[in-house]
Design a protein around this ligand. Structure first.
Ligand code: SAM
Length: 245
C-alpha cells in the first residue's frame, strides 16, 4: 500500500518514519510513503500556496489550485483515497485505520494556517479525518498518526498478527495488562496466574482484565452490542463483584 503526503513542510517527515514498525515496513516494501512539496505544484514565480480569506478575516488559507494539481499528479491510475486532515473531520479510530489499510493508495493533504479552501473538502477529498477534538497548527502530525495507525493493519507489518488483534480497540476493548521481569518490583508482584502455564486460564484472565479496565475507563465501548455473550456474562459478574465490595 502507498501513502502520498502533500504538505508545505516535507522536511517534517524525515524523522518520524525513520525508526520502528513503519521504518521496517518501508524497508520490507510492505508500505511506501512519498512526501510531496505542495509548492512544487504552484505555477507562479513566488510558488504561492496561500492567500487571505475572502470576507476580511485575519490569517491565511491554503489555495485550492495547487492542492488539486498535486492530488491529480500523485494519483495512481486516477484512483486513490483522498483524505484531508482537519479537526472538523471523522475521528480517527481503529475501524477507520483498518478501512484505510484496505486501500491501495491513500493521499493525505496537510492543512496549515487558518485551514484549507473549502472546495478541497467539497470536491476533492473523499474523507476529512481528525485525530482528536483539539486544534494543531498543521496536518503534518495528524498525517503521521494516520500513516502509523493504518500501517499497523497492513498484513505483515506488525511482526506477530496476534499482537495487533490484542491491541486496544482492535477487538472493541482496551488491551489487557502486560508484565515482564522482574516478578517482584518494589513490593509489586506480577499476578500468579501468568506463571501457571495454563494457557486457557491465562487467556480468560486477560479477557477478564481487559473487560474490567474497559468497563471502568471506557464504558461507552462495552455498551457496544457486538460484545460476545461470554463477555456480557463476565461483565455482569464484574458488576456484581463491584456491588459486593
Ligand atoms: N481554522 C481551522 C478550524 O477551526 O477548523 C483549524 C486550522 S488548523 C490551525 C491548520 C490545519 O491543521 C488544518 O487545516 C488541519 O489540516 C490541521 N489540523 C489541526 N488540528 C487537527 C486535528 N485535530 N486533526 C486533523 N488535522 C488537524
Amino acid at each position: 500500500m502507498r501513502f502520498d503526503i502533500i504538505t508545505i513542510f516535507p522536511g517534517m517527515f524525515t524523522g518520524v518514519f525513520s525508526g520502528g514498525v513503519v521504518k521496517r515496513a518501508l524497508d520490507r516494501g510492505l508500505v511506501r510513503i512519498a512526501v510531496h512539496d505542495l509548492r512544487d505544484h504552484t505555477q507562479d514565480k513566488h510558488r504561492q500556496v496561500d492567500d487571505r480569506p475572502f470576507g476580511g478575516l485575519e490569517g491565511m488559507v491554503l489555495k485550492p489550485e495547487p492542492i488539486f494539481r498535486a492530488v491529480e499528479a500523485v494519483r495512481e491510475d486516477g484512483g486513490g483515497r483522498v483524505c484531508l486532515l482537519s479537526p472538523q473531520g471523522r475521528l480517527l479510530d481503529a475501524r477507520l485505520a483498518r478501512e484505510l489499510a484496505g486501500e491501495r493508495q491513500v493521499i493525505l493533504i496537510c492543512g496549515r494556517y487558518e485551514g484549507v479552501d473549502e472546495r478541497v473538502a467539497e470536491r476533492l477529498a473523499d474523507d476529512e479525518i481528525s485525530i482528536g477534538d483539539y486544534v494543531l497548527s498543521g496536518g503534518e502530525l495528524p498525517a503521521a498518526v494516520v500513516v502509523d495507525a493504518t500501517a499497523r493493519f497492513v498484513p505483515g507489518v506488525v511482526g506477530k498478527e496476534g499482537s495487533v488483534r490484542r491491541d486496544s480497540f482492535a477487538a472493541g476493548l482496551l488491551g489487557h495488562p502486560q508484565y515482564t521481569r522482574p516478578r517482584e518490583f518494589r513490593g509489586m508482584r506480577v499476578p500468579q496466574v501468568l506463571f501457571s502455564g495454563d494457557h486457557g486460564k491465562i487467556e480468560s484472565w486477560r479477557r477478564r482484565k481487559a473487560l474490567e479496565k474497559t468497563a471502568r475507563r471506557r464504558p461507552d465501548l462495552v455498551r457496544d452490542e457486538r460484545l460476545a455473550p461470554e463477555d456480557r456474562r463476565l461483565l455482569e459478574e464484574l458488576a456484581n463483584e463491584r456491588k459486593d465490595e
